[in-house]
Design a protein around this ligand. Structure first.
Ligand code: MTE
Ligand code: MO
Length: 325
């Protein structure tokens, strides 16, 4: 367990309460471990010196879930404290320290819409969805296009299971996913030059690939808001920006969409975004990456080391196209 265990008496209420406008007192006490919660799974994070309360998550009792040993990550896990405090989530700011701000996101009620080219459009609450899906834990490597990487245990379900539930028609070729939109909690969304809401997309073949995973948990607990609660994509052979967070909509279509980063800068962030050490980002090399656990640079592998599983999906694409087009 990597959360620093802090005894109640080391945190004065003054430090906690100013950040607590979104939570009731019972939740705060619970997060502090006063409510009899096991310390290791308590929601209180202390990144550096900033303490903030974390709302208790109604799905907490679902975790931990059985680990699927087929997905091992290949190198040592990144400490939880790093993975939950070094984030990209532009809705809350265009820097890495958004964990505290992201606590403003309200994750209940959370309705997921499934629409477009499907047998039957539907809206489903996250807890109903979680109850329908077979949850398991997988350790995945995560490689950001900015050339840093980590190894994290996600809990969740295969995206193929959601596609099955949605029952796309034979016309559907792409699955477009969309993040929540609410300027009142996400200050980044007031920045009008970004094409909100954040969207990402996969081909249906990619979406139903066994590696495509919807993460609902992290380190054996509900996934923290800063990591994309309550529902976040993990496609470990693709750069991190494809891993869309806090998804509210799954839209099936026959047209390849333009996604958030592609709209912003299609020379740097393309549709495929497959990890490829040989294709430079226009502004830097992708040959190596910085492992967030050690700080060391390590070689980047084609498809982030998942070539055996996914290379066949791209056999008809050119080398550059695999990344950008
Ligand atoms: N909605 C949304 N999803 C997002 C992003 C974002 O800014 N907004 N950033 C992406 C990027 S660039 C990365 S590297 C990962 C980071 O996930 P993590 O913070 O859980 O490591 O989330 C991805 N998903
Ligand atoms: Mo990223």
């Amino acid at each position: 367990m990597f959360i620093k265990k802090t005894r109640e008496w080391e945190i004065s209420e003054n430090q906690i309460l100013p950040e607590s406008q979104y939570f009731n007192r019972r939740d705060i006490l619970k997060a502090m471990g006063v409510g009899g919660l096991i310390a290791g799974s308590s929601g209180l994070l202390l990144p550096g010196s900033t303490a903030y309360a974390v709302e208790s998550d109604p799905s907490a009792s679902l975790y931990p879930v059985p680990r699927n040993e087929a997905y091992t990550g290949g190198r040592e896990l990144t400490p939880e404290e790093i993975a939950t405090t070094y984030n990209n989530f532009y809705e809350f700011g265009s820097h890495k320290s958004i964990a505290k701000k992201a606590q403003a996101l309200k994750i209940r009620p959370w309705t997921v819409k499934i629409d477009g080219m499907v047998e039957k459009e539907m809206e489903i609450g996250i807890d109903d969805l979680l109850a329908k899906m077979p949850l398991e834990e997988r350790i995945y490597r995560h490689r950001c296009v900015e050339a840093w990487s980590m190894v994290v245990p996600y809990s969740g379900f295969a995206l193929a299971e959601l596609v099955k539930l949605a029952a796309p028609t034979s016309k559907a070729k792409f699955l477009v996913m969309e993040t929540f939109e609410d300027k009142s909690v996400a200050p980044g969304q007031k920045q009008f030059w970004y094409p909100w809401p954040y969207t990402e997309a996969l081909t249906l073949e990619e979406a139903t690939h066994e590696l495509s995973f919807m993460a609902t948990g992290l380190y054996g607990k509900p996934i923290p808001k800063q990591n994309g609660a309550p529902l976040r994509l993990a496609v470990p052979w693709k750069y991190g920006f494809k891993h869309i967070k806090s998804v509210v909509r799954f839209h099936f279509t026959d047209e390849r969409p333009q996604t958030f980063w592609e709209k912003l800068n299609n020379r740097e962030y393309g549709f495929w975004a497959n990890v490829n050490p040989e294709v430079r980002h226009p502004r830097w090399s992708q040959a190596t990456e910085r492992d967030l656990r050690t700080g060391n640079r390590i070689p980047t592998e084609i498809y982030n080391g998942y070539a055996e599983q996914v290379a066949h999906l791209y056999k008809d694409l050119g080398k550059t196209e695999v990344l950008f087009k």
